[in-house]
Design a binder for this molecule. Structure first.
Ligand code: FEO
Length: 394
């Protein structure tokens, strides 16, 4: 995609990665992504806000050539992760006079990750400003979205907040700004769930910190920019709030049908009681969908057969992931089956220490579930429905 002007003298010069399907060798990208980079031409100085993934450095350099940029004075590094910083060395090669503007922590990380020489940096304090002549950049520390060094850059005269990963979405689109809110909402929620959710408490502080800024545009470094900032700010306020929904998420796997039968029965029993259920078969799951469901749910029930005394390895992986993502779940239970002996419940409970949850009585069946097991599943469904009612989630 060639360079495009988003406001007078402010250009989008980044790259769209339509075909990328995996990020960090972990996160599925069903809709591709983009690495947004913005060029700001002030009356005296020129600044580049973030760069692009090194696989796409050619796109950024071509865009700077297309705009006939002779000098870049500052490269603003809002975040040290390589999908935004990885092309800084190439930019410094082309524009040797440019200085990298970063927080002290980001400077250290960029030296470690990219071996950028120390003399190339200017470090900035929280709320420090940098003049480009007729345009002023203000740097706002915003740690832990989602690394410790992250900051935002606010372009005062144009009321644009550049937030790097924060508020972004993995979405390849030719639109500079959001046109299809439903599509972007889904992609931004997926992004929040996979990347930002572990930092929910810090995010609330960062939202508070920018609440009085006048913003006409929020320009993140993935996905389209927001020319109606309230759309994404309100979504983040909802996702990070302490409120949960009357929803149960069931990540599970079944080997010979016993756990499947129990999951099917529990889903029916919960639905009969007015509880929304989202079930995820871990043998075919898109972990992004599972993460999204965990943004709002009050309860998770893990379903597992027993493999070598413990949970199925795919279930252990899911439990590890959920523990790392720290969703605002309030209740957890475990259902499943075994042939001759099992420590799956104890092992799974030990894998989720980060979750501040009440554990409801597990239901474990010896072999195929029988009448007493179905009765226990009814009791579990009733307990969940009552807990949700008592907590006013319904
Ligand atoms: Fe898009 Fe944390 O990098």
């Amino acid at each position: 995609m060639k360079a495009r002007e988003i406001r007078p003298k402010i250009y989008s010069v980044g790259a769209i990665d339509w075909d990328r399907r995996l990020f960090d060798a972990l996160i599925p990208l069903p809709d591709g992504t983009s690495y947004n980079s913005y060029l700001i031409k002030g009356s005296e100085k020129t600044a580049l806000i973030d760069t692009v993934d090194p696989t796409m450095e050619g796109v950024l350099i071509k865009n700077l050539i297309q705009l006939k940029i002779k000098d870049v004075d500052y490269v603003i590094a809002n975040h040290a992760e390589q999908d935004h910083s990885g092309t800084i060395p190439r930019v410094l090669e082309k524009y040797p006079q440019a200085k990298v503007v970063a927080t002290p922590r980001c400077k250290g990380m960029l030296i470690d990750l990219l071996m950028i020489p120390e003399e190339k940096f200017i470090t900035v304090n929280d709320r420090e400003t940098l003049s480009l002549g007729n345009k002023t950049l203000e740097f706002i520390y915003a740690p832990w979205v989602h690394w410790p060094e992250t900051m935002f850059t606010y372009l005062r005269e144009d009321k644009i907040l550049f937030t790097c990963d924060f508020l972004g979405s993995h979405l390849a689109t030719s639109d500079l700004f959001v046109t299809d809110e439903a599509t972007v909402y889904e992609a931004a929620k997926r992004y929040y769930a996979e990347i930002m959710m572990p930092f929910r408490t810090t995010i609330k502080k960062n939202l508070e910190k920018i609440k009085d800024l006048e913003m006409e545009i929020i320009a993140p470094s993935h996905g389209p920019a927001y020319d109606k900032p309230d759309f994404i700010l309100n979504a983040y306020r909802e996702w990070t709030s302490d409120e949960v929904k009357n929803e149960v998420v069931i990540p599970y796997i079944s080997m010979h049908g016993s756990t499947q039968k129990m999951v099917d029965y529990l889903v029916g029993a919960l639905a009969d009681r007015g509880v929304t259920v989202k079930q995820f078969n871990l043998s075919v799951v898109d972990i992004g969908k599972l993460a999204m469901a965990l943004v709002d749910a009050a309860t998770m029930v893990i379903g597992t057969p027993t493999v070598l005394v413990g949970p199925h390895p795919n279930v252990a992986y899911a439990a590890f992931l959920v523990n790392a993502l720290r969703p605002k779940l309030q209740f957890v239970s475990i259902i499943g089956s075994y042939g001759w002996g099992s420590k799956a419940v104890e092992q799974l409970k030990g894998m989720i220490p980060n979750l501040k949850v009440e554990v409801l009585d597990p239901v474990i069946s010896k072999g195929f579930p029988k009448e007493a097991d179905f009765k226990a599943l009814d009791n579990l469904a009733e307990a969940i429905a009552q807990k949700h009612k008592a907590c006013n989630f319904v």
